[in-house]
Design a protein around this ligand. Structure first.
Ligand code: GLY
Length: 578
């Protein structure tokens, strides 16, 4: 490295490491530089990492005043739904993992959208029982599940918030009223999706004014969103579940070109569910996350337990054998995920069996070779109850967003939040987009005569891959992490955990490193110098390899002597902390 470059990097390190508090444009710029340079942001008291600087700023303002991580999430999510509507929002759903400093307890909340009571296993089939194509199913009212994010925000605030609810919604309301700058990523998403966004007139009017996609840098106002937030500030999340707004949601879904069967009763009976956290011991750590209906924690947990007997720390990240183990462990875990994991209020998911030490030891033993495995199939975990199920054939596309927060009281929050596909169902009500989460169900109800766990059923929640995670050591949180990315989320999170916990990479390095994911037999290797080195080695081990662009969106915080935060350079997010 020449001396000038070294000097530049040294200065950069001095200005970018250390705390980056709220309320300062220059700090946002520094945070972006830090991320691009692969330098973790450091702080002592609180920290937030999420996918858009305006949302991070809103959360940081709350944290700086002593607000809790739940308060900051409410402020950040309200802004995310406005400025990153392609990924998450008030018309979507989320899963939240909470570590409570006062009690030392971990709580997981299920804010997953739910199928209407009138939905049947044939929701996504034509009159002849043939599955619809993905976008035939997505665009319109058919794919819309009961929105859950507003109630999850309120539930988290009621349990763990200490700031004023209307004040938390105010920054987003003001941005919606006064306008915000359309980001590069939002503009790119609109351009890519222009044809589908044009299908609903009010969606087209918002994203394609005068028939043209909004451009990056334009100021965009959303008076409908401002009004919805004002209503939510005054009357709570209840406004989404009964009354005029609920009626508008139902009317929008039922009158769409591809109508859905959502009714007022579905909204009225919607509840956030507290679920038991799913945790695995991994070396000296306890890795905890969201259980069914998310497959996240179970599948991430299985991957970690399958590789644990092998010494990944000694092998290191440059060894193709490390990636063989991770890749085939992921395939084995995905085979179990496909067969067994779904909403456990409807399907007897063998959670204990899937994480049973003896079962995992047998599965892990399959990796005791030095070549890629051939065909991989689901195992036979000991059942919690009898269950006979077919192989899964769900389609999943990436979108979604993730927020990680640690507050000055020592609480930690990890929340992955989504409208499913980019711009969800493409239907808008009250300035926000309605989700298409129901397409996370399998379109087919049976395979070879066996029922598929993740088939559509009335009142059921579609299986998710979202993996909001908190890692504990000696009962205290040491890492908060999660990502968007459809079912690749699981691979992104597992890889980042291994990079940080086994290979000692700091949180930003672990987030920035090239992604390698093997879910179903093809090893997807991110276009990068590292990928180009690794791809032929993996092929030599017997893997089918595909090099491609891979867009994870990891946002994480590690907790040690102080806090260190990382934001994914593949997206627009930043870290702020103090
Ligand atoms: N819709 C993305 C997920 O739930 O995994």
């Amino acid at each position: 490295m020449n001396r000038l470059k070294l000097l530049f990097l040294t200065i950069l390190t001095l200005i970018t490491s250390g705390p980056l508090a709220a309320g300062d444009q220059a700090n946002r710029a520094k945070a972006l530089i830090a991320k691009q340079q692969g330098i973790a942001v450091e702080a002592q008291r609180w920290m937030i990492s999420a996918a858009n600087p305006l949302a991070v700023e809103a959360g940081a303002q709350v944290l700086a005043k002593g607000g809790s991580a739940a308060d900051a999430m409410v402020a950040a999510q309200a802004v995310l739904g406005l400025v990153e509507p392609q990924s998450s929002g008030l018309g979507g759903g989320a899963f939240l993992v909470w570590y409570d400093a006062a009690s030392g307890q971990m709580t997981t909340l299920d804010g997953r959208e739910t199928a209407p009571l009138a939905a049947t296993p044939r929701l996504f089939q034509d009159d002849n029982g043939k599955p619809l194509s993905f976008f035939e199913a997505v665009v319109g009212g058919r794919s819309v599940g009961v929105p859950a994010t507003p109630l999850l925000m309120q539930e988290a605030h009621a349990r763990w918030g200490n700031a004023s609810w209307p004040e938390l919604l105010e920054p987003a309301r003001k941005l919606a009223q006064d306008g915000f700058v359309v980001s590069e990523r939002l503009a790119r998403s609109i351009k890519l999706d222009a044809e589908r966004l044009a299908i609903a007139p009010d969606t087209a009017a918002y994203f394609l004014p005068d028939g043209q996609p909004l451009q990056a840098g334009e100021i965009l106002k959303n008076p409908g969103y401002a009004e919805t937030l004002e209503n939510m500030a005054k009357n709570g999340a209840a406004v989404f579940y009964s009354g005029p707004l609920a009626k508008k949601i139902v009317a929008r879904v039922q009158s769409a070109a591809n109508p859905g069967v959502l009714e007022l009763v579905d909204l009225a009976i919607y509840r956030i569910k507290e679920r038991p956290a799913v945790c695995v011991d991994y070396h000296a750590n306890q890795v905890c996350g969201m259980g069914p209906p998310s497959s996240g924690a179970l599948t991430v947990g299985q991957i970690l337990k399958l590789v644990e007997p092998y010494d990944l720390a000694a092998l290191g990240k440059d060894s193709a054998q490390s990636w063989r183990l991770i890749g085939d462990a992921t395939r084995l875990a995905f085979a179990d995920r496909g067969r067994y994991m779904a909403d456990m209020d409807f399907v007897p998911v063998p959670v204990r069996g899937l994480l049973d030490a003896g079962y995992l030891a047998t599965r892990s033993g399959l990796l005791g070779t030095d070549k890629a495995l051939g065909k991989v199939a689901a195992g036979q975990p000991e059942y919690d109850h009898g269950v006979l199920l077919g192989e899964d054939i769900s389609i999943e596309f990436p979108s979604t967003s993730h927020i990680s927060i640690v507050d000055s009281h020592g609480n930690a929050l990890s929340m992955t939040t989504t409208v499913e596909n980019i711009f969800g169902s493409r239907l808008m009500v009250g300035g926000f987009l309605l989700n298409n989460e129901l397409t996370d169900f399998s379109f087919t109800s049976h395979n070879n005569g066996w029922p598929i766990a993740n088939r559509v059923e009335p009142g059921k929640r579609p299986r998710s891959s979202m993996s909001p995670t908190i890692v504990l050591r000696d009962g205290k949180p040491v890492l908060v992490i999660g990502s968007p990315g459809g079912s690749r989320i699981i691979g992104f999170v597992a890889q980042t955990l291994i990079a940080h916990l086994d290979w000692g990479m700091d949180i930003q390095q672990a987030i920035s490193m090239p992604r390698l994911v093997n879910r179903f037999g093809t090893y997807e290797v991110e276009d990068s110098a590292f990928g180009t080195v690794m791809a032929p080695q993996l092929e030599a081990l017997g893997f089918k390899v595909k090099q491609k662009a891979i867009t994870s969106g990891l946002h994480g915080i590690s907790i040690g002597k102080g806090l260190k935060g990382g934001a994914d350079p593949r997206r627009e997010g930043i870290v702020l902390g103090q």
